[in-house]
Design a protein around this ligand. Structure first.
Ligand code: HEM
Length: 127
């Protein structure tokens, strides 16, 4: 049993772990937490809008009316992953930094695409 748990804790089988087992290598700040795709999907309206970019969850409800690209385009991704759309719209480094203030958490390791060992980098994807 000790052997099994040491293999699990090594992260090798991270994709098989449940949210309750989550103990990934990324350090979350005290305000951040692990949020599942299912939970994100419930926050899909103008009054309660979460999106996912690069495996991080952002509550952008208060940003909808501030977004230079307008709120409609953001609402298309409400409750869903917007990584490729965010990258495809050619956002500046300033826009990337602006994400920080909306962070509420990260996906569990088994639901991530980018921020995991062997995950994809957007630069791997052909234009
Ligand atoms: C929380 C997430 C987002 C933040 C913080 C953000 C921030 C910004 C900022 C600061 C700009 C001004 C230009 C720049 O500095 O790059 C911008 C423009 C723009 N954004 Fe976003 N953005 C977000 C998500 C998205 C998403 C998901 C899309 C979907 C396609 C999008 C589409 C656009 C477009 C089309 C513009 C250009 C507007 C124009 O020049 O008329 N943005 N965004």
């Amino acid at each position: 049993m000790a052997e099994v748990s040491s293999v699990l804790n090594s992260g090798f089988f991270a994709s098989a772990l449940t949210v309750a087992d989550y103990d990934g290598p990324v350090k979350l700040s005290p305000e951040e937490r692990v949020v599942t795709l299912d939970e994100v999907s419930w926050h899909d309206s103008p009054g309660d809008c979460w999106i996912i970019i690069y495996d991080r969850i952002y509550d952008i409800t208060d940003f909808l009316d501030e977004h230079p690209g307008g709120s409609d385009i953001l609402l298309e991704y409400a409750g869903r992953d917007a990584s490729v759309a965010f990258r495809g719209s050619g956002h500046s480094a300033q826009a990337l930094r602006a994400l920080d203030r909306f962070t509420i958490g990260e996906l569990p390791m088994h639901e991530r695409i980018f921020r995991k060992p062997g995950g994809y980098h957007l630069s791997d994807i052909p234009e």
